[in-house]
Ligand binder design. Structure first.
Ligand SMILES: [Zn+2]
Length: 477
């Protein structure tokens, strides 16, 4: 036997011995921290009188007038052969007329709206629908398809959109249904304060999903009659999102990469959207340099200069928030520190295209952290935190009991410090889930938080959370 083999075998044996020794020494110690569960605090004895109902700030009179004006159903003629159906549903439908047929881009969230739109389109042309394109897989873009689809209609989407739909309409559907109900403000609605508008999430039950028949990655082009269509996968609003160029018409159909709000990069209960892809998608639109832009929410943009300016600003503002967030991540700031310091510069914040009516900058910052980093901030306490009940019971004991904490919460509520009121009440709920007074106090401050802001999603989240607390307390307002 050669020396090399002997040395090799010896090394292997020694390695195994070291590994065995390592495990024999270290594995018998548990890595679970010692947790002692303090006793639950006693029930509160305080009498609580709810505050007056908050004034309904969302929407205010001006917004209500805007909503009414914006909800006017319109068939917009962008140019010969290109039409946008706007405000029939949450999402637009774009119709492109070719020599002997139609291309339909997106189909809205339900058959009822789709039928109204098709009836309007039929006043313009009787040509058959040869192609349907899904810009992405969000519910407000896909569920009207059975109305538009004819025998032999091809349906085009990216392969990633099909994967997205398998997930969102398949194994993640119960969660997504619930989170959308919460976001719309209609969860446990019997327990919510009444409001003058209908925010109910309609659920999209009974709608039929029609699966794409043609899928692609990155880029796809086809000709219908003499009209050329170029499809570019961009991502952004959703994985697999695409935009469409019609080079002969100098038109880009931009899907959801542009609408009249700061982009919704992160909706709080869902997986964040890629800011990087979104920015690259806007850059793609600028590179395609269209004279017309047809978005899937809102009306068309016209003129090269106007499009370059507005898409350019939208891209710059999104990139600014992205880059500032990356700087904060690399500087070792926590997400809470970043949220408190990163703001849209005034030159962008004052633009109507970038107001925070739908997407919000602070939520975008959280989403970007979520995209690029893990859940642990590196500072020790968050690596293996105590169960919430343990920590809250300790704190309540230190504070002198439940009544003291809730008295402070009520005082904060009276002073308009609603977030403090919510967090103090929540401390008590965590310590003792049966504590009804804490839930009722919390619900009213949640209502105030919702009513005092003018972001649609924020309003919905608070309204649902308030209703959920009241339901658990068995208390109707
Ligand atoms: Zn949409």
């Amino acid at each position: 036997m050669s020396t090399k083999i002997v040395i090799g075998v010896l090394c292997a044996v020694i390695s195994v011995l070291i590994i065995l020794l390592f495990f024999s020494v270290f594995t018998w110690k548990s890595s679970v921290p010692v947790v002692r569960m303090p006793d639950a605090p006693g029930a509160s004895t305080i009498q609580y009188t709810p505050p007056p109902r908050p004034k309904f700030a969302f929407p205010n009179k001006e917004q209500l007038a805007n909503i009414r004006a914006m909800s006017k159903k319109t068939i917009e003629k962008v140019m010969d052969g290109i039409y946008i159906a706007n405000n029939y549903a949450l999402g637009n439908v774009v119709m492109v007329e070719t020599a002997h047929g139609l291309v339909i881009v997106d189909t809205t969230e339900n058959a009822k709206s789709a039928r109204q739109i098709l009836a309007e389109f039929r006043k313009i042309t009787g040509k058959p629908v040869k192609t349907i394109i899904y810009t992405h897989g969000h519910v407000d873009h896909i569920f009207g398809t059975p109305v538009f689809k004819e025998a032999g209609t091809q349906i085009i989407a990216t392969r990633t959109t099909v994967e997205f739909l398998k997930r969102e309409q398949g194994w993640m559907e119960p969660f997504l249904r619930r989170s959308r109900q919460i976001q719309s403000g209609s969860f446990d609605e019997d327990y919510a304060l009444k409001i003058p508008i209908d925010v109910r999430y309609k659920g999209f039950t009974g709608e039929t999903l029609v699966w794409p028949t043609v899928t692609f990655d990155k880029y796809y082009t086809f000709k219908q009659d003499d009209t050329v269509f170029e499809l570019y996968e961009t991502g952004g609003e959703a994985p697999g999102h695409l935009i469409i160029r019609l080079p002969q018409k100098k038109l880009v159909i931009s899907g959801d990469l542009f609408y009249a709000s700061f982009p919704n990069l992160s909706t709080p209960m869902l997986a964040p959207r890629s800011a990087e892809d979104w920015i690259a998608g806007l850059e793609k639109i600028l590179n395609l340099d269209p004279d017309y832009l047809a978005p899937c929410h809102g009306l068309a943009l016209r003129g090269r200069t106007e499009i370059r300016q507005r898409i350019g600003q939208y891209r710059d503002a999104t990139k600014y928030i992205h880059d500032e967030t990356i700087k904060a991540i690399n500087a070792g700031k926590t997400v809470e520190e970043a949220v408190r310091t990163i703001r849209l510069p005034d030159q962008y914040a004052r633009l109507p295209d970038l107001r925070e009516g739908y997407g919000r900058v602070d939520w975008a910052v959280r989403g970007i952290y979520h995209c690029y980093t893990g859940w642990y901030d590196g500072r020790g306490a968050g690596l293996n935190p105590l169960p919430a009940a343990v920590f809250s019971r300790e704190l309540i004991q230190l504070s002198g009991g439940v009544d003291k904490v809730l008295t402070r919460a009520i005082k904060a509520q009276k002073l308009g410090e609603h977030q403090l009121a919510v967090e103090l009440a929540d401390l008590v709920i965590k310590a003792n889930p049966d504590e009804k007074t804490a839930r009722i106090i919390k619900s009213y401050s949640l209502d105030y938080l919702g009513y005092l802001n003018q972001n649609l999603n924020m309003f919905g989240f608070y309204r649902s959370a308030a209703a959920m607390e009241r339901k658990k307390a068995g208390y109707k307002p």
